[in-house]
Write a protein that binds this ligand. Structure first.
Ligand code: FES
Ligand SMILES: [Fe+2]
Length: 424
């Protein structure tokens, strides 16, 4: 175990209920996480899939509360603020590119450079002194592995590879992308659900577990000792920051009882565990939990392998606005063999990864995240939650992000500040 893990544990463990008496501190030590309702600024995020923006096509997205218009012209992708500085309408309401270099507002003809967002001309007022002085935001983009990554921030962007889970951008990673969808839950709740060691219980109701008769356990329950044994943090400045857990080495709870009023104990079974011996259950647990789970800044989870070797599962919870995120899921095969790569993209990924995972498993994560939303957004959940011991892993993550975030997005960032002068 390293010092990062120990320090994080010491700084945050006092906030789970069992340890509560030992602290009299009022301020939780993860203020950045609490403030980051709209996301972490100065990071790269998956914004769309390459296949969603064809030549000459447009796609309007919301990223960290900012409305952005994506377009592809002459093969090149552009991302511009989706808001006209004249009177604020969305270009995407009726997107218009008369040329491959410009975007024209459908309302009063203000026409902008696609590459830097400068006002190039106004079709009905070409002598306007505003030309060259007014600018909308443009966003750095990188198109990698069929994914369009956008950088939302003010600093010069670090490599995209610092903001995705390790392995995703490797040369031999063959990335199959499921159709992304919007979930009505804040992105932080999604990160926490994805990594939450206690959440595995919800997957006993997932079609994947039922169809394959795989009981998913009552939870992987870590304590202060096991979390240090099973978890590794990575905080080097020249790579992605995040941490991983070896699931099989956590305490996988497969048996449980409910104490009754008369003092007796009633044994409760996982739905798919009925009729299975303890040996069988242990064997299944070894298979089902042999994966390594990692959570990476700003918002990517990696489960390796999942649902079975050789598939690797990646997913991103991209902040959209304060109450929703866009859910990206990727099934990855590592190979340098062209035929095998084609086979993965054309058939195997759908059968071996997409059906068991996207269709039959993570729908329960989406369900759970939505259920968290009201409490956290409207009822002061970040203050009122009563954390239990397995949540230490989540409090460590919150603290880790608080330390390493490059910035926090605020509602001010989402508003229009159009002239170059205003933005300096
Ligand atoms: S609102 Fe866009 S040009 Fe008037
Ligand atoms: Fe899950």
């Amino acid at each position: 175990m390293g010092n990062i893990e120990k320090n994080l544990l010491e700084e945050t463990a006092a906030w789970v209920d069992e340890e509560r008496a030992k602290t009299d501190r009022v301020q939780k030590p993860w203020d950045v996480w609490i403030d980051a309702e709209l996301g972490l600024r100065n990071h790269w995020y998956p914004a769309a899939l390459s296949r969603q923006i064809e030549e000459g096509g447009f796609k309007a997205i919301t990223l960290l509360g900012e409305n952005i218009l994506l377009t592809r012209q002459d093969g090149k992708l552009y991302a511009l603020e989706d808001r006209c500085p004249h009177r604020g309408v969305r270009f995407s309401a009726r997107p218009l590119c008369y040329t491959k270099e410009t975007l024209t507002c459908w309302y009063h003809t203000f026409t902008f450079n696609l590459d830097d967002g400068n006002l190039r001309t106004i079709l009905n007022e070409p002598e306007s002194p505003m030309i060259g002085k007014v600018q909308i935001k443009s966003y750095p983009l990188e198109e990698l592995k069929g994914v369009v990554f956008a950088f939302v921030g003010d600093i010069s962007p670090p490599p995209v590879g610092h903001d995705v889970a390790p392995g995703f951008l490797d040369d031999d990673a063959v990335v199959y992308s499921a159709e992304p969808y919007v979930i009505d839950a804040n992105w932080r709740l999604a990160c926490e659900n994805g990594y939450d060691p206690g959440h595995q219980f919800i997957h006993n109701w997932s079609p994947f577990s039922i169809k394959n008769e795989i009981p998913m356990s009552f939870g992987w329950v870590s304590n202060k000792e096991s979390v240090l044994r099973t978890t590794t943090y990575f905080d080097s400045d020249d790579g992605p920051k995040g941490f991983t857990r070896k699931a099989a080495e956590t305490n996988i709870v497969q048996e449980a009882v409910i104490p009754m009023n008369d003092g007796s104990l009633v044994e409760v079974k996982l739905p798919a565990a009925e009729g299975k011996s303890r040996e069988e259950l242990n064997e299944i647990a070894q298979y089902a939990h042999s994966c390594e789970v990692g959570l990476w800044m700003p918002c990517m989870l990696k489960v390796d392998p999942w649902p079975a070797d050789p598939a690797i599962h990646f997913e991103s919870y991209v902040p959209r606005d304060s109450t929703s995120h866009t859910y990206f899921q990727f099934g990855v095969l590592k190979t340098n063999d062209k035929a095998e790569a084609d086979e993965w993209m054309n058939r195997r990924a759908h059968e071996e990864w997409e059906i068991p995972t996207v269709e039959d498993f993570t729908i329960d994560d989406a369900f759970a995240r939505k259920e968290l939303q009201k409490f956290y957004s409207e009822e002061d959940g970040w203050k009122r939650e009563r954390l239990y011991r397995p949540d230490i892993e989540l409090t460590m993550w919150r603290k880790f992000v608080t330390k390493h975030a490059r910035g926090v997005q605020t509602t001010d960032h989402t508003k229009g500040f159009f002239s170059r002068k205003d933005r300096e």
